[in-house]
Design a binder for this molecule. Structure first.
Ligand SMILES: NC(=O)C1=CN([C@@H]2O[C@H](COP(=O)(O)OP(=O)(O)OC[C@H]3O[C@@H](n4cnc5c(N)ncnc54)[C@H](O)[C@@H]3O)[C@@H](O)[C@H]2O)C=CC1
Ligand SMILES: O=C(O)[C@@H]1CCC=N1
Length: 261
């Protein structure tokens, strides 16, 4: 039977996931979504082959797996408005940052399978990361089906504790940091006369190509840097300038800013 997959909340992240799912030609699942404003939901969902549903309760009744895709502080309100018994024998996948398995276990029936994960926006082009908590009540069978369905969105990783926190923080927030780097690199080119559109393309492709090279060869990033920095050459001058401006420390500080509060 076709898996009925439903999003509660259809904002940035749910839409990114729906776009990624749309890349699959004959998906073994059907997508549904509910949200607050039905007209806005319909406008966003229909082009993505997602069936808009007028209430969260109806969505839960109709779906096998429910993706909680509202803001973390909206989760409580969503669960309050749904008859908890309707989650019996269903799967719940929470993408709400900071909402834990234990919190959900306290609110949902014992028979509900729960997985918590942090996806990132590149899921929309099938190049995302789904950082999942190892601590889950999904059975092995559920996990096999989960990997089958969600691998269309990118790579799936499992971790626990501090490793999960830091990996999910970098993968979840990282697209914003990388987009800032792309913008900054392009500004540098525009300063010296490059057309802006081309500057974005060159910056993005340089990042994509370098990242692909690292992933394919597993070469230490320092070695990749050394391959470009010939003695007395141009690159080392740029590297020295970045170090002077504290580039590495800025990235570590970004993680401190999020995790060290
Ligand atoms: N945006 C991102 O890059 C990432 C977001 N997340 C998580 O995903 C979740 C959603 O984030 P975004 O999509 O960025 O937020 P968003 O604000 O764009 O989307 C949330 C949606 O939920 C809807 N909503 C609010 N209350 C509702 C209710 N009671 N019933 C049904 N729908 C309701 C809103 O109308 C909105 O469309 C958050 O918990 C966030 O922590 C996780 C990883 C990355
Ligand atoms: O900043 C946010 O709200 C979300 C959570 C994880 C990534 N972005």
């Amino acid at each position: 039977m076709t898996l009925q997959l439903g999003f509660i909340g259809f904002g940035q992240m749910a839409q990114a996931m729906a776009k990624g799912f749309n890349q699959k030609e004959h998906p073994p699942f059907t997508l549904h979504a509910s949200s607050i404003d039905f007209d806005a939901l319909t406008a966003h969902a229909t082009p993505l082959n997602v069936q808009p549903i007028s209430s969260n309760q109806q969505l839960v009744d109709q779906c096998d797996w429910i993706i909680l895709a509202v803001k973390p502080d909206q989760v409580e309100g969503v669960l309050n408005d749904i008859d908890v018994a309707s989650f019996e024998n269903k799967g719940v996948i929470s993408i709400a940052s900071g909402i834990t398995l234990d919190q959900l276990k306290q609110r949902l029936p014992k028979s509900t399978s729960i997985l918590t994960m942090i996806p990132n926006t590149p899921v929309c082009v099938g190049e995302g990361i789904l950082m999942c908590q190892e601590d889950t009540t999904f059975t092995q069978e559920d996990l096999t089906q989960f990997k089958d369905v969600f691998s269309h969105l990118g790579t799936i990783h499992f971790a626990n504790g501090d490793a999960f926190k830091s990996l999910a923080t970098l993968s979840g927030c990282g697209p914003a940091f990388v987009a800032m780097v792309i913008e900054a690199m392009a500004d540098g080119m525009v300063k010296y006369g490059a057309p802006r559109d081309l500057a974005y393309q060159i910056a993005s492709q340089t990042i994509k190509g370098t990242a692909q090279m690292q992933l394919d060869t597993n070469t230490h990033p320092g070695v990749l840097k050394d391959q470009v920095t010939s003695p007395g050459g141009t690159t080392i001058k740029g590297v020295a300038a970045l170090e002077e401006k504290g580039m590495r420390h800025a990235f570590i500080s970004a993680m401190d800013g999020i995790l060290d509060h």
